[in-house]
Design a protein around this ligand. Sequence first.
Ligand SMILES: *Cc1c(COP(=O)(O)O)cnc(C)c1O
Length: 227
Amino acid sequence: MKTNIEHIRNRIKAAAESCGRRPESIQLVAVSKTIPVERVKAAVVEGINIMGENYIQEARAKIEALADMPVSWHFIGHLQRNKAKFAVQLFDLIHSVDSIRLAREIDKQAGKIAKNQAILIQVNTGKEATKTGIYEEDAMALVREAAQLENVRIKGLMTLPPYFNAPDKVRPYFQALRRLRDRIAEEAIPGVEMEALSMGMTGDFETAIEEGATMVRIGTAIFGERS
Ligand SMILES: *Cc1c(COP(=O)(O)O)cnc(C)c1O
């Protein structure tokens, strides 16, 4: 695990430097879905400070078990509205907000615990029926509406592009997310930050970094194949 993490950090650094970016401008989110808590703990000991989880129930057990460890938890899975309450209680950043109804529920639940919940808007850049995320052309309207919510803070965009074995085939989807981010940023909507671009996984994170990713979500290359 230690060597995997070192190796990934080196690859992030090399990818950043190859395109004139500062390596520190890219956050590594270690994706720990299905990984037992002992191995998650070992990753934190090796310096991972952001963990991404996909399932509320599974995440809750790990977050409670590692409560005294210096790690920030991000929710990266599909979020059902009836689980928004738990997501707000457990996570520093929710990457997967794709509807105003979900954003409103997060706002309501955050208000109840006096929290200002940081979120990203998930965009379905490939328009795949099997994936969640809002379509590019609807994202601006969603951002404008969600920006009105008192207890929600929009930090940027996230995408889960179509799967290809070749990173270069994914590049257009990363470019699309970055261009959309830039267009939204230009509008300077009050209360909206458009710094974060959450994109890139084990198979394509270097390409994502070249296209402007500020958060890469990496599971397999850190923890090995999931069973
Ligand atoms: C599982 C998952 C990842 C990590 O995928 P790897 O290919 O194992 O690096 C990243 N993002 C999301 C949303 C995921 O569900």
